[in-house]
Design a binder for this molecule. Structure first.
Ligand code: S3P
Length: 172
């Protein structure tokens, strides 16, 4: 029983479109703990959408807010936190996550990611260019760093509940 020893948050990391929010909600629900989406918390704190923050203040400003929000959410309470795909790339944010939480890398084929991001076009990093190309380049840059997560789970094309089961097995 995971809840007998879990004394810290579970933080989902991985590329855009991999299903961090959807899987995170289900995982939290199965464990009977809270779920927080860090991107939503940033939007609430800034009273702006992520696209607006990028446009008006730039990416470094966004990354700084992201680090502050994530550090506030890592407070020793067991909860599930979905992060934006770039959060774990920031050295300070990554150190916070690795020391105060359990990082879970959700990973999927580029084809699956492209299919999923195409449903909603709100992501500033996908605005300039072909999503498959952007995601392929990001995967090359980021996968070696995501690999520092304590747990690595491959998200299948199929239903998210199978990914949740794989995470629970990874934690057991
Ligand atoms: C980003 C991913 C987005 C969001 C921002 C930047 C990234 O979150 O934080 O657009 O750098 O990969 P999702 O991974 O939830 O799409």
């Amino acid at each position: 029983d995971i809840m007998r020893w879990l004394d810290r948050p579970l933080v989902l990391v991985g590329l855009m479109g991999v299903g961090k929010s959807t899987v995170g909600k289900r995982l939290a629900n199965d464990l009977g703990i809270g779920f927080v989406d860090a991107d939503e918390e940033i939007e609430k704190a800034a009273h702006m959408t992520i696209a607006e923050i990028f446009e008006r203040f730039g990416e470094p400003y966004f990354r700084d807010g992201e680090r502050r929000v994530i550090s506030r959410l890592i407070d020793g309470q067991p909860r599930v936190i979905a992060t934006g795909g770039g959060a774990f790339m920031n050295e300070e944010t990554r150190a916070l996550i690795l020391s105060g939480a359990i990082a879970i890398w959700l990973d999927a084929d580029i084809r699956t990611l492209v299919e999923r991001v195409s449903r909603r076009n709100t992501r500033p990093l996908l605005r300039n260019g072909n999503p498959a190309e952007v995601l392929t380049r990001l995967a090359e840059q980021r996968n070696p760093i995501y690999a520092e997560a304590q747990i690595h789970v491959r998200s299948k094309d199929g239903p998210h509940h199978r990914t949740v089961t794989a995470i629970l097995e990874g934690l057991a």
